[in-house]
Ligand binder design. Structure first.
Ligand SMILES: [Zn+2]
Length: 499
């Protein structure tokens, strides 16, 4: 018993050392049955022993609240939500718990009525200050007036929420007000706020559809820096890229509604974490790319599963989070590889590789393919791609051929030039899974210095799924079912390796 335990401890320590930087993803979900409860739970997380000041914003209209985060952060105040004419039980109870001495109401009486103000006062909070204006642009200028001078300011589209909320944590930590604009016209309150504050630089959020080139030109006195992107997800990712933000923790919020990103933004600022946006049920490419490139493993998820599904969370914080894996579909372009029995190798390799990428990515890995179409990178280019990116594993996918059509089965190769022992382990896990899932003859794991795996410096393997030249094997290589099984097998092998 003791011996078994020791072996276990030793192997855990060994794996820990061997995989060094590898860290399984972690996440904490701040959920709730509705946005009021999400806001209350964010406040509980960030202000466990109460808050001296609380901000109150409309639950359904982002217009007035879009600029509130930097001021709320400065005052160390959580943002709670209210209906226009009543606080609602969740917010009321949270206000009692937080027990602030002052509440800021963001927006005019149409956003939050005086009845709500009276409800707040009836809780024993005598100081209530309303920040309002005739429109959202004036509200943003009014909020800016309450902030000390700063060398930078943000200008974001006021008619949509994602750009302003994605920059909110960074703006907050750096004391920058978020001023609002129309896409093609700089509103008067924003113009005068800038004239008063005289920032040396303005960060302009979004592409030309959000802030036109005309508005950008009007900002030329403030050395504007545009952070654009093809959609809201890419804009949020580009904030991290362009400003090189700390990514030790990332906040993940739906980009489809504003409330969770708004109420979560002050907490994100407190934790020096950027806000990443996602679709409810699928992780956008740009979000995947930035979390993968930055090797992010630690996330706070805002909202319940209806806002950010569990599969989206797994795709950033799953067991392979922080791992970068290069999948290499063998051959391609002018080099078809082997062919026979209705199978062309380069096509099988590419199809299985794409399926492998899908499975690895859905478990949190950041997977890059050496080719995504019918092209031919050289063998050295394939290995160099993995080396340059500092990949954690390299998997080259092939199908076999031999002059004797009776020869069949699965084999996996490794090379011992670099990371030999780990390559052998990875090859063994993958080969065992493949033999089982493909129900093929086990030809084993072999040390052969094929160029791609010899030049790749990380754990690297070359998989030969089955023999194109064998009737029975070829039938499997043609089959959609077995291609899927092959991808599951390779993905399982990788999961076991990194576990
Ligand atoms: Zn091949």
């Amino acid at each position: 018993m003791k011996k078994i335990l020791m072996t276990l401890v030793v192997s855990i320590v060994f794996l820990g050392l061997a995989h060094g930087a590898s860290a399984e993803g972690q996440h904490k979900r701040l959920a709730g049955k509705d946005r009021f409860e999400v806001a209350a739970n964010v406040a509980k997380e960030g202000w466990p022993s109460g808050a001296n000041i609380v901000f109150l914003a409309n639950y359904d209209a982002f217009a007035d609240a879009l600029s509130a985060t930097p001021l709320a952060y400065k005052m160390n105040a959580p943002i709670l939500l209210s209906r226009p004419t009543s606080l609602g039980d969740t917010t009321k109870n949270k206000l009692r718990e937080l027990s602030p001495s002052k509440v800021f109401v963001v927006g005019g009486t149409a956003s939050i009525s005086n009845n709500v103000v009276n409800e707040v006062k009836s809780l024993g909070i005598s100081s209530v200050e309303r920040i309002s204006g005739k429109d959202r642009f004036e509200v943003s200028a009014e909020i800016a007036k309450r902030m000390p001078s700063s060398s930078k300011a943000v200008v974001a589209n006021g008619l949509n929420f994602p750009d302003a909320l994605a920059i909110a944590p960074h703006a907050s930590r750096n004391g920058m007000p978020i001023l609002l604009t129309r896409d093609n016209e700089l509103p008067a309150p924003t113009v005068s706020s800038l004239l008063n504050r005289k920032p040396s630089q303005v960060i302009v959020m979004g592409g030309t559809a959000s802030v036109s080139n005309g508005v950008y030109a009007d900002l030329s006195a403030y050395s504007p820096l545009r952070i654009g992107g093809s959609d809201r997800y890419e804009v949020a990712a580009n904030i991290i890229k362009k400003l090189n933000l700390s990514t030790s923790t990332g906040f993940l919020a739906t980009g489809q509604t504003f409330a969770d990103a708004l109420t979560g933004s002050v907490l994100a600022a407190k934790k020096n974490a950027p806000v990443l946006l996602t679709r409810n049920s699928s992780l956008p490419e740009a979000t995947k790319e930035i979390t993968g490139q930055k090797r992010m493993t630690n996330f706070v998820v805002l909202g319940g599963t209806a806002s950010v599904s569990n599969s989206v969370v797994k795709a950033v914080a799953g067991p392979l989070a922080g791992e970068m894996i290069v999948v290499d579909p063998g051959h391609g372009g002018s080099d078809p590889g082997a062919s026979g029995n209705g199978v062309v190798e380069k096509e099988v390799n590419l199809d299985v590789s794409k399926r492998v990428k899908g499975k690895l990515d859905s478990n949190g890995a950041y997977t890059v393919m050496t080719r995504e179409t019918d092209t031919y990178p050289t063998l050295s280019e394939r290995a160099a791609l993995a080396n340059k990116q500092g990949a954690d594993a390299f998997i080259s996918i092939h199908a076999n051929a031999y002059s004797n059509s009776d020869v069949q089965g699965t084999e996996t190769f490794y090379d011992d030039t670099y990371a030999g022992q780990l390559s052998k382990e990875l090859a063994t896990y993958i080969n065992n899974e493949l033999v089982e899932k493909l129900d093929t003859n086990d030809r084993g794991v072999k040390n052969v210095g094929f160029k791609v795996i010899k030049e790749a410096t990380m754990p690297s393997v070359l998989v030969e799924l089955a023999f194109i030249t064998n009737e029975e094997d070829a039938a499997k290589l043609r089959s959609d079912y077995y291609r899927e099984q092959a991808a599951i097998a390779i993905s399982n092998g990788v999961l076991t390796f990194f576990r």
